[in-house]
Design a protein around this ligand. Structure first.
Ligand code: GUN
Ligand code: ZN
Length: 434
């Protein structure tokens, strides 16, 4: 099998950086390289050392650009690729006005395949190599998505949404059909290549108690699978959820009652959690997914990242675009908005922590760090190459950047898909041709 030596200014995280000068939290090699064989990282480190161990290998030199693990997006909706940038509504209106009509078209598998392909191409163009993705209610939307991801060799988590009320008829299933369809999709797709199935009750508003019981059964029957849903995004959504489930102590209590909390459970948004809700999420090891561009765009609220991390019972946190409530495919743009949300709360998220979050941090939140998010030998060679001088404005700013942390902050604040020079999926360069 041919070996590839991908050379660049190598950056990888070992632990969550506690400050901009936390040198122990990352490994940086000014002249570094990743040795790839059969889609797997065989070695990573200083170029001279890796080369000595490599023997004959094709060398691809990306210097002076940064080379790091591919970005991970912990929450996005592929069927909303044509909903992104829809004007003027808050969450529930936005769902009814824009999102549900667009999702209704995904009964057509050819349409689903086309949009899934476009969505995945956008991820790659923006340096994202893994995402946790919502499909529509139609099983064929999940089939189309998984087929497109498989064709691209990408590590993807996805599931058909379960939704049996509070939506147009064309978008509702039943408790039984959602169980049966999910079961069949799990058998067909979970564990195939790099694909993972996520049990996906959309949110409490669109599921009856009977359907959440079915979601519970699925989680109990498949404890190793991810479960993803939405939680505590905006005030009207919270009030309606609590009306629909009057016995629950709060919104989180609904999912808690149906056994949906746990270390593989991903809760999108979590903007307005009470202390009790944050405690039960923390106790169960559940993940709160920070979606800053979406929360700002829909006017949902401001996620208190530092409070959640620093509380006596800290939350596991992931970061995500939430396309198409979110306004950009880029994890750089996402963390730029995230920085501003954290700043609003009077704190500063250091750039090392941001890049840890969208690589190793998100991989850990998705329990996938043994495969992605690091440059450890034996893991999958999903990589991104970044140019902090990609635009005239970035080039000008970089004339005054002296440290790695500054360079990362320029990438995050001014960068987007233009800063992504190349993306490697399982060792193959996939951005160049797009
Ligand atoms: N809550 C339930 N469905 C959705 C969705 O598609 N997007 C967002 N942002 N919130 C949701
Ligand atoms: Zn969402």
């Amino acid at each position: 099998m041919t070996m590839k030596l991908i050379r660049g200014r190598l950056l990888t995280f070992l632990a969550e950086p506690q400050a901009a000068d936390d040198g122990a939290s990352y490994r940086f090699e000014e002249d570094g390289a990743v040795l790839v064989e059969g889609g797997i990282i065989r070695a990573a480190g200083a170029f001279a050392e890796v080369k000595a161990a490599a023997g004959a290998a094709e060398i691809i030199d990306h210097r002076p650009h940064l080379l790091m693990p591919g970005f991970v997006d912990a929450h996005a909706h592929f069927p909303q690729a044509q909903v992104i940038a829809s004007f003027g509504a808050e969450l529930l209106d936005w769902l009814n006005t824009y999102t549900f009509p667009a999702e209704a078209e995904f009964h057509d598998q050819a349409h689903a395949a086309r949009i899934a392909g476009c969505f995945l191409d956008e991820l790659v163009r923006h340096g994202t190599t893994t995402a946790a993705v919502y499909c529509t209610v139609h099983p064929q939307s999940a089939e189309a998505f998984f087929a497109e991801a498989e064709g691209r060799g990408m590590c993807m988590i996805a599931g058909k949404v379960m939704m049996d009320r509070s939506a147009p008829r064309a978008l509702t299933d039943t408790p039984r059909s959602s169980y049966d369809d999910t079961k069949r999709l799990i058998e067909q797709w979970h564990g195939r290549g790099r694909l993972h199935y996520a049990i996906t009750p959309r949110f409490a508003i669109t599921s009856t108690p009977e359907q959440l019981e079915m979601a519970q059964a699925l989680v109990e029957e498949h404890p190793d699978l991810h479960m993803q849903t939405h939680l505590s995004e905006n005030h009207a959504e919270i009030a309606l959820s609590c009306d629909l489930y009057p016995e629950a102590p709060d919104y989180t209590g609904i999912y808690e009652h149906y056994g949906l909390l746990g270390p593989k459970s991903l809760f999108g948004h979590c903007v307005h959690l009470s202390e009790r809700e944050a405690d039960v999420l923390s106790d169960s090891g559940s993940v709160a997914v920070f979606c800053p561009t979406s929360n700002l765009f829909l006017g949902s609220g401001l996620f208190d990242y530092q409070r959640y991390r620093r509380r006596a019972k800290p939350l596991r946190i992931a970061a995500a675009t939430d396309v198409g409530g979110g306004t950009n495919y880029s994890m750089l743009r996402t963390m730029d908005e995230g920085y501003k949300v954290v700043a609003y709360h009077g704190e500063k998220l250091n750039p090392l922590a941001s890049f840890w979050q969208i690589t190793r941090g998100n991989a850990e939140a998705l329990s996938l760090e043994s495969r992605i998010g690091t440059l450890e030998p034996g893991t999958d060679a999903d990589l991104v190459v970044l140019n902090a001088c990609a635009t005239p404005a970035m080039r000008l700013r970089m004339e005054r950047a002296e440290t790695l942390a500054e360079e990362l902050f320029v990438l995050q604040t001014l960068g987007d898909d233009r800063a992504v020079v190349e993306t490697y999926v399982a060792g193959e360069a996939v951005k160049g041709g797009l």
